[in-house]
Design a protein around this ligand. Structure first.
Ligand SMILES: *[C@@H]1O[C@H](CO)[C@@H](O)[C@H](O)[C@H]1NC(C)=O
Ligand SMILES: *[C@@H]1O[C@H](CO)[C@@H](O)[C@H](O)[C@H]1NC(C)=O
Ligand SMILES: *[C@@H]1O[C@H](CO)[C@@H](O)[C@H](O)[C@H]1NC(C)=O
Length: 365
């Protein structure tokens, strides 16, 4: 083979490769909880005066409270920026104007949402602590409403969603949070994992049946590194902490959920070879922050909350961020944790970069 032939061959191969890769996305549909909610909980009116509806929430980037559970942008916002799309409108804010406002995608995620239906928690006797009943089933119902205004025939819809990115979560974290907060042991909460994973898989299948071709399914965060868990489940026993100062058993629990989810996604890929089903390692991308906190300019190992009511991790349940007795830090960029449960814009930016440019998605986005 001479050099010219080789050159042409390389050119042809790279053209074929690049034309088979997606050239970006026209729109994003996001499902999930407070990690992705851009305003649904606020619009839902479930609470009359929720703290996420006022400063310091939103202080850093939007300079007003938008309903995001952070000081600024979330992972989904950085995704929108990456693909040159506007920040996703929350479904409940545009439900009456879908035709004109849902063209670049919609965010169905709502703070407090669970993967399992609210009924599950009421049946177990702790439904009262749920922030919202708008679980994954409700969010999928909202999606179907959007879909019906955008396309009709199967062929239409397949073509409409071809260049859409679906973010199925993170969802499921709250199912476990609620169970842990009412005193569930790791062993007991583990019993919920097959149901939660099954629900996420059923939702992902449904989206693919409806025409989704590119679906990102995130795993759970290392909850043992969250200021809330570190405060509520803190102990003097040093052997319960890993070298980053996180709670070992709670992190192992997140990993367990993630491993079950990955196994189930592998089966789903075989069932739907026409779809790209991408696992997003939120655990790994977040844990990376706590490996090198100083390098990233994070104080206190990255474990303390910026906004809170004091204590070793600046988390006090009765004086949570936005409530009387709490205050926000002067320099949120030096914190990974925002309010105990949620992360800062700085953390979300690092995580989004890890997902989009690093190796925390498989296959890569
Ligand atoms: C959720 O549903 C339960 C039972 O139907 C109801 O009592 C509760 O008020 C609902 N919660 C919210 C936040 O809507
Ligand atoms: C938590 O906040 C409450 C209300 O402000 C306060 O009474 C209590 O002392 C605080 N607890 C700790 C450990 O700081
Ligand atoms: C991802 O990258 C990091 C650092 O660049 C490396 O340590 C890790 O092994 C990689 N993970 C995978 C799954 O390739």
């Amino acid at each position: 083979m001479n050099m010219l032939t080789l050159f042409l061959l390389v050119v042809c191969v790279s053209i074929t490769l690049s034309s088979s890769l997606p050239l970006g996305y026209d729109r994003i549909y996001s499902f999930g909880d407070s990690l992705a909610d851009t305003g649904n909980f606020l619009h839902s009116g479930a609470l009359t005066n929720p703290v996420i509806g006022k400063l310091p929430y939103g202080e850093t980037f939007f300079h007003r409270a938008t309903g995001r559970c952070s000081n600024g942008r979330l992972i989904v916002d950085f995704f929108a920026e990456e693909f040159g799309l506007p920040y996703l409108p929350p479904y409940l804010a545009i439900a009456k104007r879908l035709k004109s406002e849902a063209e670049n995608g919609v965010n169905f995620a709502i703070a407090g949402a669970t993967a399992l239906d609210a009924k599950f928690f009421y049946d177990q006797g702790f439904g009262r602590i749920l922030w919202t009943n708008d679980s994954l089933t409700t969010q999928l119902g909202w999606f179907k409403k959007v879909k019906s205004t955008m396309c009709t025939t199967k062929q239409d819809c397949d073509s409409y969603f071809k260049r859409s990115l679906f973010l199925m979560g993170e969802i499921g974290g709250n199912d476990y949070n609620y169970a842990f907060f009412v005193g569930g042991t790791v062993k007991k909460v583990k019993g919920m994992v097959p149901f939660v994973v099954g629900t996420i898989i059923a939702a992902t299948s449904m989206l693919i049946e409806e025409g989704a071709r590119e679906v990102v399914v995130p795993g759970n965060l290392p909850v043992g590194c969250s200021a809330a868990y570190l405060t509520l489940f803190g102990t003097r026993d040093k052997t319960m902490y890993d070298r980053n100062g996180c709670l070992k058993y709670h992190n192992a629990f997140s990993k367990y959920h993630n491993d079950q989810l990955k196994l189930a996604l592998e089966k789903l890929r075989q069932k739907y070879p026409q779809a790209r089903i991408i696992y997003a390692d939120y655990y790994g991308a977040t844990k990376a922050l706590f490996h090198i906190p100083h390098h990233l300019g994070l104080k206190n190992g990255g474990l303390s909350a910026c906004c809170g009511g004091g204590g070793p991790y600046n988390f006090n349940y009765t004086a949570r961020c936005g409530h009387i007795g709490s205050k926000s830090c002067a320099d949120p960029a030096t914190y990974a944790n925002w309010d105990g449960m949620h992360l800062t814009e700085t953390a979300y930016r690092h995580i989004a970069t890890g997902l989009l440019k690093g190796n925390f998605t498989s296959p890569p986005i």
